[in-house]
Design a protein around this ligand. Structure first.
Ligand SMILES: Cc1cc2nc3c(=O)[nH]c(=O)nc-3n(C[C@H](O)[C@H](O)[C@H](O)COP(=O)(O)O)c2cc1C
Length: 194
């Protein structure tokens, strides 16, 4: 798939096939994250790949899914992620708040590299940091910044353009398809001057 098509076809996935992802693929995906732009080329990010059954069971309840439609948007028992990639920040290396850009760039590289492999992803910023830190035995010098849940998709959400001022909350229709409102390009683009 062309990069542009991959980007525009990406949607957040929260229902996954119960099929493992090869570790070699997960490492390849993380490599795409590693090579993302980094503020001052400081590269404060490290990654935990969590695939072990018991570990995934412990991680799952500490993530919050699809807040606008909770608990309807929670993956069911047979829809849970096949893997997690947890993005850590080495606090000794990072300074100011610029590391957030690094995390975003890295996470998007990971998401798109995963999509190229047919793997869906959900970014989880809303999770119990203390619990995840303990579960994964993360040393104190690191913070857990973002959890990425991954797996082969079991859903195919759709986006639609909304007019100015219309609600931005995603919803599921009667057949369970997730619809994601996006602000229209013409409403957010400014050529030369605002
Ligand atoms: C920084 C960040 C944090 C997010 N945290 C969560 C989360 O905790 N739980 C969740 O279900 N989705 C989370 N999402 C996914 C958003 O809900 C999703 O990107 C948004 O609804 C737009 O849908 P789309 O990704 O399909 O375009 C997060 C996205 C971003 C960028």
């Amino acid at each position: 798939m062309k990069v542009y098509n991959t980007i525009v076809s990406r949607r957040t996935i929260r229902k996954f096939q119960q099929k493992p992802i090869k570790l070699s693929i997960l490492k390849r995906i993380v490599n795409a994250g590693r090579l993302a732009p980094s503020t001052g080329n400081l590269q404060p990010l490290e990654y935990v790949i969590a695939v072990d059954d018991t570990l995934r069971e412990k991680i799952f309840p500490n993530a919050r899914w699809a807040g606008y439609i909770a608990p309807e948007g929670n993956p069911k028992n047979n829809e849970r992620p096949a893997a997690y990639i947890i993005i850590l920040v080495n606090k000794e290396i990072s300074f100011s708040s610029f590391f957030k850009y690094d995390v975003g760039a890295s996470a998007e590289n990971i998401t798109l590299a995963a999509l190229e492999e047919g793997i869906g992803c959900c970014w989880i910023g809303s999770f119990n940091r203390k619990k995840i830190q303990n579960i994964l035995k993360i040393p104190v010098g690191y913070s857990v910044d973002l959890v990425l849940a991954l797996g082969y998709p079991l859903e195919d959400p759709e986006y639609y353009d909304i007019k100015k001022g219309k609600p931005i909350k995603y919803y599921k229709d009667v057949s369970g398809v997730l619809h994601i409102p996006k602000r229209k390009l013409d409403d957010i683009i400014h050529i030369d001057y605002f």
